[in-house]
Every structure is written in structure tokens, then in C-alpha cells.
Design a protein around this ligand. Structure first.
Ligand code: SF4
Length: 482
């Protein structure tokens, strides 16, 4: 068990006034040792807090007393979300993307977590193979929802084979326990053609209706395949297979609506692209409950680009919308637009609001984004807009989403692009200002402007307006500064 370490102290906060400083380790809070940031939040919610502190590796020798209003944030950021070690996954799925990462990336990217706490905190999916009776008690007692559960197949033998773990056959019993206790749970099925599509997918959709009808939503997403996969049975969908998945989901949406009164199941955007089908209207996504899972992103993006800024969805903040002190690093780091760079390369500031800037604009995106964006830009009144669909050679395989673009691929493309143009890049491919390979926009051969990955922000950038951050808007939606 490690003590939470302070990484930032807000000025004039209760923690600052009590004398806590960056680097302090919080050994105990009112005599209790928090296991994770959820407990930390509960323990620091009180009005009077006695903290045992270790500073520079030594006990401080006195209690630090923090006085504040009950419920007031302490004003600290701490170094981890889980202090008693993240529970790692004991499965070995052939479709696991972590096995398909190249060597030498950030250590945190190789972490195979299967921890319900990270599901609650960050929306990570868990298979529940390491879930215990004690975990169930805690989740139910503390109402730790929503949680996100990987189902893949309801047939025990198929699920165990997909997870390559015999516990996969039985761990969905916990899903039933959680649902019966009224915990909100969202599920997903990662479809691997030839493994759990076709009759197996139908059986799973039927099994959800029979066994887990209280499931909040179910996302059906295709496996991602990089060129580093060495699993002979893992392959991309054919167009016919993608169409069959679309048809099965449409059939079950109708069945669920007639029996449960709601759609329940939603299909990843990639399927519509693979199948060459039109995207459903916004109403068919029922508020985009699985937006961050790539479900409805294209529809929301298009609608936001057309002017409906309520459709400008960002990363779901989950628990972090209110937790005090929880870090994102290593799990879901903020994208953080990097600083401006003055030498004509790297990250650039957008033109000042209202300032005239007639330079042609190119929007960098992945191959999927290119398909979606090209018609939108073609319909824009400006005639000097274009997309640059960047092939993902870093990961290769079927990877076409903008969020997995890396520095080397962007640099390869930008090197051949003319100077004197504006290059816009979605912030989805950055985590704390870095690409997945660890490089930064400052290292690119052309200056790029980082734009939030929603249609409204892109529209504002193209029109020379500044999109306001989401929290600045009433109701939290993004808004254009004009
Ligand atoms: S459960 Fe998730 S992390 Fe674990 S092996 Fe399967 S895909 Fe990878």
C-alpha cells in the first residue's frame, strides 16, 4: 500500500492554509489509511481533518490539522487513483489491444487493468473475473456506479474461450448481482469475426434480454487490429460481416424496444463506415450514453458541426466531475493543448478571435475521420478547406481513428505539405500534450493548431471563432465565442 502523494496544492485552499506542500505523503486521514481515491474523497469530505504526513521520506512528527467547511474540497491533487495497487487483468484475450502495442511506449499504456474502481473512476471496462464478494458489498453499499462491464458473449464456454480464462465462464454472475442491487452498469461486446459474430452474437443479444435486462446500455464494437497482432484467428470484418452485425443490432434494438421499451444496444460508428451504411439520426442514440466508446461520435460531430452545439460531446468526466484530488495521469490524462511555438514548427496559436486569416486550412485526421470530414468541408462556404487523412503506419492494421495518430505518421505527412497553410489537429490524439509514441506537436515539421475533437470546436476554428471550454457554458456544453 502506498500513501497518496501530493502533486499540486491549490493556492489559498484549506490544504495550503494548513501547510501541506507538494511531495507530502498523506499517511493517514483521521486515523484511516485510504485504499483509493474514492475513500480519499470520503475521508476528506469532513470539516476537521487530522493528517499524518511524511515529508521528504520522514514522518513530520506532528499532525497537520485541516479546517474547512464539510464537503469543501481540500485543494490537493494526488499522484494516483489507487493506493493499494491497481488490480491487473488475469485474462489473455486474443483481441487485446495491449498485446498489439509496439515496444517502447509509455509504461502506463501496457497496464492491463481489470479493476472495478477504475471502471467507476474512468469508465474502463472490466470483465469481473477478479471481482469478489467484498467488492460487490462495497459497490452496492457505496453505490459505485455506473460501472462498465465487458460481456463479449453470454455463452459461458464462448466467453471463457475469448478471455482465455475459465473464470470468464462464471464471472458474469457478478453482473447479475450488481444489476439486482440497482447499480447502473453499461456493457460492451467486442466482436471478433468468426468467433462471436453471427449466431453467437444473436445468442448474446438474446442472453442479455433473458439474463441482464436491467443493463443500462450495451455497446457493440469491432475488434481493433494493429500490425503487431500475432493472433492467427484475429482478422478484420469483411463488408458482408459488418453488414450482418448492423442487421443483427437493428433487429435486437427493435426487439428490446418492444419488450423493454428502450433500445439498449448501440453499434460503434466504425460498423456503419465498414458496411457503407448511413449513420442513424441523433435521436437513435438516446443521449449518446456510449459516446466515449466510439458510438454516435460521427452523428454528434456532424450535428455539432452544423451548429447544434449541444451535440459537442467531450470525454465523459464520470466520477472526476466532482472528486477532489484524483489524478488522470496514467489512466485518462487530459489532452492539454500545448504552448505556442514561435519558430514556425510544432504547436501554433489559433488566429486571434475576429482577426482575418486567409490562409488555406487543412484538417489532419485518421482514415475514418477523413471519410466523415471530407463531405462536411466540401459543403462549407470556404473553398480552401481540405482534410488530410493520415494513414496510421505506426500501428498499421485496421487502425483508422484519429485518437491513435502518432507523431511519426503526422511528421511524415506534414513534411510534404506546403508552408503558409493552417494545419488543425484534433486533441483526441494527445494525452497531456503528447502523442502515444511520446513525441509532442512541437516536434512536427509544420506548426499545428490543436482543436477540441468535437464538430462545434472545429466549426469555430474554421470560421475564425474561439470555442469556449465546456464548463464555461450554462449546462456544461461547449460554445462558440462569437
Ligand atoms: S480483459 Fe481487457 S485487458 Fe485483459 S486481456 Fe482482455 S482485452 Fe486485454
Amino acid at each position: 500500500m502506498s500513501a497518496p502523494r501530493v502533486t499540486a496544492v491549490a493556492e489559498a485552499s484549506p490544504a495550503a492554509l494548513a501547510g501541506l506542500v507538494v511531495g507530502d505523503e498523506l499517511v493517514s486521514l483521521n486515523g484511516q489509511v485510504p485504499r483509493d481515491v474514492i475513500e480519499y474523497q470520503q475521508l476528506t469530505d469532513v470539516a476537521e481533518l487530522d493528517v499524518v504526513v511524511r515529508r521528504a521520506g520522514r514522518d513530520l512528527g506532528r499532525l497537520v490539522r485541516v479546517r474547512k467547511v464539510e464537503g469543501q474540497p481540500l485543494g490537493l491533487e494526488i499522484s494516483a487513483a489507487v493506493f493499494d495497487r491497481v488490480r491487473t487483468c488475469d485474462n489473455h484475450c486474443a483481441f487485446c489491444f495491449i498485446y498489439q502495442l509496439p515496444k517502447g511506449m509509455r509504461k502506463s499504456l501496457y497496464l492491463k487493468d481489470d479493476d472495478y474502481r477504475l471502471s467507476f473512476l474512468y469508465g474502463n471496462f472490466t470483465t469481473l473475473t477478479r471481482f469478489t464478494e467484498l467488492d460487490a458489498e462495497r459497490v452496492i453499499e457505496e453505490r459505485l456506479g455506473p460501472l462498465f462491464v465487458s460481456i463479449h458473449a453470454t455463452d459461458p464456454a464462448v466467453r471463457a474461450a475469448m478471455l482465455r480464462n475459465p473464470k470468464g465462464a462464471t464471472s458474469l454472475r457478478w453482473l447479475r448481482v450488481l444489476l439486482e442491487a440497482g447499480i447502473e452498469v453499461h456493457g460492451q461486446v467486442v466482436v471478433c469475426p468468426g468467433v462471436n459474430d453471427g449466431a453467437v452474437l444473436e445468442d448474446t443479444l438474446c442472453g442479455v434480454l433473458d439474463e441482464y435486462p436491467a443493463l443500462a446500455t450495451l455497446g457493440v464494437v469491432p475488434l481493433g487490429l494493429s500490425r503487431f497482432s500475432n493472433e492467427p484467428d484475429m482478422r478484420p470484418h469483411t463488408t458482408a460481416e459488418a453488414r450482418a452485425v448492423c442487421a443483427a443490432v437493428a433487429d435486437y434494438q427493435a426487439l428490446y424496444r418492444s419488450t423493454l421499451g428502450r433500445r439498449l444496444v448501440y453499434l460503434a460508428d466504425e460498423y456503419y463506415l465498414m458496411a457503407g451504411l448511413e449513420f442513424p439520426p441523433a435521436a437513435a442514440y438516446d443521449g449518446y450514453p456510449q459516446h466515449e466508446n466510439g458510438i454516435g461520435m460521427v452523428r454528434a460531430f456532424r450535428d455539432a458541426f452544423a451548429g447544434d452545439h449541444d451535440s459537442a460531446h467531450g470525454v465523459r468526466p464520470g466520477f472526476f466531475a466532482w472528486v477532489d484530488g484524483a489524478p488522470a495521469e496514467g489512466y485518462r490524462a487530459p489532452t492539454v493543448a500545448p504552448r505556442a511555438h514561435g519558430d514556425g514548427r510544432g504547436a501554433a496559436r489559433p488566429p486571434a478571435e475576429g482577426a482575418r486569416d486567409d490562409r488555406p486550412i487543412a484538417v489532419l485526421t485518421g482514415s475514418f475521420g477523413h471519410e466523415v470530414l471530407a463531405p462536411l468541408l466540401a459543403a462549407h462556404p470556404r473553398r480552401d478547406l481540405r482534410t488530410i487523412g493520415v494513414d496510421n503506419e505506426f500501428f498499421g492494421g485496421t487502425i483508422g481513428v484519429a485518437g491513435l495518430l502518432t507523431g511519426p505518421d503526422l511528421a511524415r505527412v506534414l513534411r510534404t505539405e506546403p508552408e503558409g497553410h493552417r494545419y488543425l489537429l484534433p486533441d483526441a490524439c494527445l494525452s497531456q500534450g503528447r502523442f502515444l509514441d511520446g513525441t509532442t506537436p512541437e516536434e512536427l515539421p509544420r506548426a499545428v493548431e490543436i482543436v477540441a475533437s468535437d464538430g462545434w470546436s472545429l466549426r469555430c476554428a474554421l470560421d475564425g471563432r474561439r470555442a469556449r471550454p465546456r464548463e464555461a457554458q450554462p449546462g456544461g456544453s461547449a460554445g462558440c465565442g462569437a
